[in-house]
Design a protein around this ligand. Sequence first.
Ligand SMILES: [Zn+2]
Length: 119
Amino acid sequence: MSLGELYFIINTEIHLTRLSDIRIGRITPTEQEIQILDKYLKLTEEEIEELEDMEIDKILIENDKKINKLISLIPKDLKAGQEVIKECPNCGAKLRISRASINGHLWIICEKEGVLICQ
Ligand SMILES: [Zn+2]
């Protein structure tokens, strides 16, 4: 696996906010995440430096900012089964914020970018 591929996997398979939580020990990674992180841990110093040059931290910070912006759009009184439409702060497209009636899960879905938050 090339560094570029690993970087891609870290970005797509581990949610970036989860990755930062894992890094500071706030949450326990899943088995799949451990496998990915294991590959990261097997890298040499040189490779890690190269990977860090790909600005993971910068992406993490940017991502946190994006998430916070999205969270701030959620109406405080959004009840299960309700949906509101807002403008996506990332791209300006239509943004659906809804709470599932079955399990109360929160979904934030951008018309252009797809699922941004599901929790
Ligand atoms: Zn968007």
